[in-house]
Every structure is written in structure tokens, then in C-alpha cells.
Design a protein around this ligand. Structure first.
Ligand code: ADP
Ligand code: ZN
Length: 606
């Protein structure tokens, strides 16, 4: 039987039940008499007792016959009842609700039956009622979410495909020596498509999808969260292979407090413990993959990230221009657009928008067009929708201010150019001005090979690269921002180790004032005792190294400031620039420089 057929059948049963029950209620209702008849009996002293509920009256006469009636004027009648010394009982008037509830009894019964029925069904439809808060997702043709629906996930793609493969063919996968992942943590800001992606994995693998939100556990009675977790896992295992999706896992998986646990913390810890127990207690033949989402990975209890738990982590960032265009394309398919609308242009005009906000933008644009009675969505509708959404975002302070964007572009370009121009550095992999976490931007370098030893030059150049951000800001804008404070901290740390740990400073000499203990665990360090004077020397030496590095970086970036402007401009347009693209910018810059030199030479000669 299909879901629709079952639904129709239940509806029919419900109707029959309601009719039947009301007939039955009539049956047990005592003999109804008119008010006139009632008053007549009362005046004649034939009434023994009455029970009042508002105007409704039920009673017994002296012949032990029960009756019921309705009194239009209760206070007056009560006076007479008292006069005739009739025994009176009464209750609050909730006759209407009571009657309604009574007639609804069969509906409740059947609904309850349906819930139990649907729970026993394999991979049943979405049951979001009562005890069963999680819903299961059935991959049917019209609800199927696929990777096609999630745009801009190319970076995580191979990892995701592996997960899908292991769900589709668990035996084949493990016999090839593959390790079936158990827990996958999707981390990234809200609205970046984490839920969508989890559904897409389930859709691609054609497995049932069980989901529960972390906030479902909050403000629950003690013990309920834990039992719900166990229930969820039992259900998922019954339907294996399956996916369990836990949204906002930080709500239960936040760092455990230890000491001062309040009631709600207690509940949270119980829930978290239940989750850990369930995750550890899997057989290998039960392929259930748990996908959790969070935008606060730093808040998670480390126990969750241990091997065999959420040991796979996929980071999803806010989309860059290209990603935003792809997301626009996905959602634009659902609306009728005027031909010739340039989606790239729209994508460029909405920096900082998440996937959810882009979906919202397309939807709003369609609404705008409908409001103006248009037959297709036009660019002006997108503009109008954008303004409306941006306004809301501005109130939430998430729209990136243009000035901050410019400063960030120059800051990151400063890091990248220093890395590019200096020898003995790791190649630049990617530069971005898309904010992630608290950082406004990021410059990523990837080492060519695993390095075990570092040369002095390498370390000095690292300090210069770190300085590059602040130096670029200084050269271009003439002022400093706090954006570089983390860089300065790291640079100071490197200089400190250079002097105290690696013995690479001439002034101090090859003496280590710090020794590492615990070997590869990288644990504690002990400090070799040294005199006040040595301490002063060390401080002076660190300061000298930092200042020298800073000065040399100023020279480097001033000399190449055209490169700096070019790269910053590329960043402002594209938001992310990878190593190859940076090489192209560098090539153009070098070319122009050569032509300029030639021109100057000719000019002098001529
Ligand atoms: P999250 O779980 O990260 O908060 P959601 O998955 O709930 O985000 O995203 C909400 C909606 O935004 C999705 O249903 C989808 O319509 C849209 N969306 C978000 N990211 C993308 C994306 N990468 N591609 C297409 N649509 C997206
Ligand atoms: Zn920086």
C-alpha cells in the first residue's frame, strides 16, 4: 500500500469512528427533557438531585429516573432548587471543550495507532509527532537530493564520494581495505548547505536519512535526551545502511564542564555520553554513518573527535564569487528568468552571502516579479530582493564593509607577495578574503615536502611573511589595524624559538635555553635557568630580529608595490586567488616591469 492509500483509509476509519462514537454518546446520554418540563417537575417537588455544569443539568427524580436538560437562567433556578431542598452538585463550565474532546476520542485513538503503525514500517515517511521527533528521509524520486543540488563543494567532493561508496557497497569497500567512516563532522557557518549536503549523501547512496537537531535536546527532562539518542540509533541500525544527521551538535557535544554542573548541563552530559556509547558500540556489519553539523567546532568536546568517532572533518566555507554563481544557477533553475540575466554579475554584488541567503535571494526576486505582475524575473527584481535581504543582514552586522574588504585584500596580498618573492619559502597555495571564523582572510602555503628541519633563512622568511600583512596595510593605508595581531604573536614566537631553542642567534650563541620534554608528544618544556642579563639579551635579540624583518619587508613591498596593488585588485574581484592565478598576476607584473625598464632606458638614450 502506498502512503496515500494508507492515509485515505485512515481518514475513512476516522470519520466512521467519529460518527459511531457520537451515536454511542447519544445512547448513554440520559433522557433529555425541556426546561418547561424540568421546572414543572421541580415545582411539583419531584426532583431529588441535580448536577450542574454551567447551564447543563443532569439529575435524578424521585422515581430514580435520570434526566438532562438545559437551564437558561441558572441563578434564579438555583434559588428554587434550594427552596425545594434538592441536592445540588456542580462543576466548572467546560462542557464545550469536554464534549469536543469526547467526540475527538476516536481521532486520537486512530492517530495514535497510525503513529505506532508508521514506526513499525521500514523507512517510513516523515513522522515528526510525539515521541518520535526525528524524521526519516526516504529517497524517492521526487524528494531525492543529489550532489547536483549542492553547488560549490568541489573541494570536499572526493571525500564525500568515498562516504557514498562505503554506504552503497559496505562489503566491497571494506574488502578492498577501505576504512568505513563512522562519523563525519561538517563544519562551517550557518546556511552553507551542511544539512543539504548530508541529505545529498543519503540521496546519492539511496539510504534512509534520520535527523535530529541538537537543540531538540535542550530544555528537556533529564534522561529524555539520552533515551532519544538510543532510540534513534536503534531505529537507524534496523534500517542499515543508513545516515543519522545531528544538526547543531554543539548543543549537546559542547565541552563538558566537569565541576559546576547545573541541571541542564547534567542533561546535556547524559545525552552526550549516550551518543558516545552508541557510536562506540557499532558492529562493522551495521553501516550507519553519523553526520553532524556545527558552526562552532572549537566548542566541541574533544572526546567527540577521537578516532572511531567524528574523525572525518569536512569544512564548508562561505562561497566565493564562483561558488555563489553556481549556487545561483542551481536555484535559478526553479524560476522563470528573463533571458540574458548575468548571474556572474549578481554573484559579484553579494559578497558574504551564504548559500541559504542566495536561495532566499532567488526566491525573493521571484516574489518581487510576481508582485509586479511580470511574466519572468528581471535583473531589477534581483536588485530589489538584494537590497531587502542586505538590509536585514546589515542589521545582523554580517555584511562585509567595503573598507574592511579592501584592507583585508591588501593584508593578505602582503603575506602572499612576501612569500612569493623571498627564497626558501613554501609556495602559496591559496589566498582568500572570505571570512572564516574570526579571521577576515587567509593566505595558505603548502610545503613542497614534509620538512623535518628548518634552515635559519626559512624561519626568518616566515617571520617576514607574517609581517607582510601589516606592512602592506601600513604602506597603502598608512595606518595599522588589529587584524595583524595574531601574525605578530606567531612571528614573536618564531623569533623566540630561533633564539632560545634553536640557538640560531649570533648574539646569544648556540645555547638552548629551552628543552623539550616528552619527545614526540610535544608536551611540556623546561626552561634552563639563566641570569637577568641573559634574559635582557634574549629580549633585545628577539626585538632586533623582528624589527629587522619588518624593515626588510617594508623595503620588499615598497619596491614591488605595483605587484601588491595588482594582487589586491585580483582578490577584491575574485575573493580567492590560487597559486596558479597568482603566478599569472606575477608574470604580468614582471612583464610590465621589463617594458618599463626598456622604456626608461630608451628615454635616457634618446
Ligand atoms: P546549514 O545546514 O549549513 O545551516 P542548509 O543546508 O540548511 O545550511 O541550507 C539552507 C538552504 O540554503 C538549502 O536548503 C539550500 O536551498 C540553500 N543552500 C545552502 N548552501 C547551498 C549550496 N552549496 N548549493 C545550493 N543551495 C544551497
Ligand atoms: Zn595576517
Amino acid at each position: 500500500m502506498s502512503q496515500i492509500q494508507i492515509g485515505l483509509l485512515l481518514l475513512l476509519l476516522t470519520l466512521l469512528g467519529v460518527v459511531g462514537y457520537n451515536v454511542y454518546l447519544k445512547e448513554i446520554t440520559p433522557n433529555e427533557i425541556s426546561y418547561t418540563e424540568f421546572m414543572d417537575k421541580l415545582q411539583k417537588g419531584q426532583i431529588k438531585s441535580v448536577h450542574l455544569r454551567g447551564g447543563a443539568v443532569e439529575g435524578e427524580d424521585i422515581g430514580k429516573q435520570s434526566f438532562s436538560s438545559y437551564i437558561p437562567d441558572v441563578p434564579e433556578t438555583i434559588t428554587i432548587l434550594k427552596e425545594k431542598s434538592v441536592q445540588i452538585t456542580a462543576e466548572k463550565d467546560n462542557e464545550n471543550i469536554g464534549g469536543f474532546l469526547k467526540s475527538m476520542v476516536p481521532v486520537f485513538l486512530i492517530l495514535g495507532g497510525y503513529l505506532i503503525f508508521s514506526r513499525t514500517q521500514k523507512g517510513s515517511g516523515s513522522a515528526g509527532l510525539g515521541k518520535n521527533k526525528y524524521s526519516s528521509f526516504v529517497p524517492s524520486k521526487n524528494t531525492k537530493v543529489s550532489f547536483e543540488d549542492v553547488a560549490g563543494i568541489s573541494e570536499a567532493r572526493s571525500e564525500l564520494i568515498e562516504i557514498v561508496e562505503s554506504l552503497k557497497n559496505p562489503d566491497k569497500f571494506s574488502s578492498l581495505g577501505g576504512y568505513i567512516p563512522k562519523g563525519v563532522l561538517l563544519q562551517g557557518p550557518p546556511g552553507t548547505g551542511k544539512t543539504l549536503l548530508a541529505k545529498a549523501i543519503a540521496g546519492e547512496a539511496s539510504v534512509p536519512f534520520f535527523s535530529i537537531g541538537g537543540s531538540d535536546f535542550v530544555e528537556m527532562f533529564v534522561g529524555v535526551g539520552a533515551s532519544r539518542v538510543r532510540e534513534l540509533f536503534t531505529e537507524a541500525k534496523k534500517n542499515a545502511p543508513a545516515i543519522i544527521f545531528i544538526d547543531e551538535i554543539d548543543a549537546i557535544g559542547g565541552k563538558r564542564s566537569g565541576g559546576n554542573a547545573t541541571g541542564s548541563n547534567d542533561e546535556r552530559e547524559q545525552t552526550l555520553n549516550a551518543l558516545l556509547v552508541e557510536m562506540d558500540g557499532f558492529n562493522s556489519d551495521q553501516t550507519v554513518i553519523i553526520i553532524a553539523a556545527t558552526n562552532r567546532p572549537d566548542m566541541l568536546d574533544p572526546a567527540l573527535l577521537r578516532p572511531g568517532r567524528f574523525d572525518r572533518q569536512v569544512t564548508i566555507n562561505l562561497p566565493d564569487v564562483k561558488g555563489r554563481r553556481k549556487i545561483l544557477e542551481v536555484h535559478a533553475k526553479k524560476i522563470i528568468m528573463q533571458p540574458g540575466i548575468n548571474l556572474s554579475e549578481i554573484a559579484r554584488s553579494i559578497p558574504g552571502f551564504s548559500g541559504a541567503e542566495i536561495a532566499n535571494l532567488v526566491n525573493e526576486a521571484a516574489l518581487m516579479a510576481a508582485r509586479h505582475n511580470k511574466i519572468a524575473v528581471e535583473l531589477s527584481d534581483f536588485e530589489e530582493a538584494k537590497d531587502k535581504i542586505s538590509l536585514g543582514l546589515e542589521r545582523k552586522n554580517v555584511v562585509i564593509n567595503e573598507t574592511i574588504r579592501r584592507v583585508t585584500a591588501y593584508h593578505e596580498a602582503g603575506h602572499a607577495i612576501t612569500a612569493k618573492l623571498l627564497p626558501e619559502t613554501d609556495p602559496v597555495h591559496k589566498i582568500t578574503i572570505i571570512p572564516r571564523g574570526r579571521a577576515l582572510g587567509l593566505t595558505q602555503q603548502l610545503p613542497l615536502d614534509d620538512r623535518y628541519t628548518y634552515s635559519r633563512n626559512y624561519l626568518i622568511n616566515r617571520i617576514k611573511i607574517l609581517m607582510g600583512g601589516r606592512v602592506a596595510e601600513e604602506i597603502v593605508f598608512g595606518h595599522q589595524t588589529t587584524g595583524a595581531s595574531n601574525d605578530i604573536l606567531t612571528a614573536t614566537d618564531i623569533a623566540n624559538r630561533l633564539v632560545c631553542e634553536f640557538g640560531m642567534s649570533q648574539a646569544i650563541g648556540p645555547v638552548a635555553y629551552i628543552q623539550e620534554q616528552g619527545g614526540f608528544l610535544g608536551g611540556s618544556t623546561i626552561t634552563k635557568p639563566y641570569s637577568e642579563k641573559t634574559a635582557e639579551n634574549i629580549d633585545r635579540e628577539i626585538k632586533r630580529i623582528i624589527e629587522e624583518c619588518y624593515q626588510e619587508t617594508v623595503e620588499l613591498l615598497t619596491e614591488n608595490n605595483k605587484f601588491l596593488h595588482k594582487l589586491a585588485e585580483a582578490l577584491l574581484v575574485n575573493e580567492t586567488v590560487d597559486g596558479e592565478e597568482m603566478d599569472i598576476v606575477h608574470y604580468c607584473y614582471m612583464n610590465e616591469k621589463r617594458i618599463e625598464k626598456k622604456f626608461m632606458k630608451n628615454h635616457k638614450e634618446g
